[in-house]
Write a new protein. Structure first.
Length: 128
C-alpha cells in the first residue's frame, strides 16, 4: 500500500493557507502582507509536519560518511566554477524529495530561499 502523497500535500497546503490567512487576521483587519505570508508559511509547515515524518538523518548520514564526491570540473574567468557531485542514491532521493516539497511550499506561500536565509541570519546571528 502507498499513500497518495500529492493529495496529502495538497490538503496540507490548502489547510495551511486557510488557517494561516485567518490567523494573520486574528488581531488586525489589515495586517501587513509580509505578516500574512509568514503566518501562511508557518501554518503550511505545521500541517506538513503533522502528516509527514522526515528522515533528516539520511542527508547527514551520507554527508558525514564521505559518500559524496565533489569534483572540480572547470574554473571560469569570472571567478565562478563548475563542479560535479556524485551522490549516493539515498542522498539524491532525499535532495529530490526536499526540493519538490520546497517548490510546492514556495509556490503556494511566496516564501523564497533568500527570505528563509535572511530570517535565519537574523535569529541566529542578529544580522540584518
Amino acid at each position: 500500500m502507498r499513500a497518495k502523497i500529492r493529495q496529502i500535500l495538497e490538503e496540507c497546503i490548502e489547510s495551511g493557507v486557510a488557517y494561516g490567512y485567518v490567523n494573520a487576521h486574528k488581531h488586525s483587519d489589515d495586517p501587513p502582507e509580509d505578516y500574512i505570508f509568514d503566518r501562511i508559511e508557518h501554518a503550511i509547515w505545521l500541517e506538513i509536519d503533522e502528516h509527514f515524518e522526515f528522515d533528516r538523518d539520511v542527508v547527514f548520514e551520507s554527508a558525514l560518511s564521505g559518500d559524496i564526491d565533489v569534483e572540480l570540473i572547470e574554473e571560469h574567468e569570472d571567478g565562478s566554477a563548475t563542479y560535479r557531485f556524485n551522490l549516493t542514491e539515498k542522498y539524491a532521493d532525499a535532495l529530490l524529495q526536499n526540493g519538490i516539497l520546497w517548490a510546492i511550499v514556495s509556490g503556494v506561500s511566496g516564501v523564497t530561499i533568500n527570505k528563509v536565509l535572511q530570517e535565519h541570519k537574523k535569529k541566529d546571528f542578529g544580522w540584518k
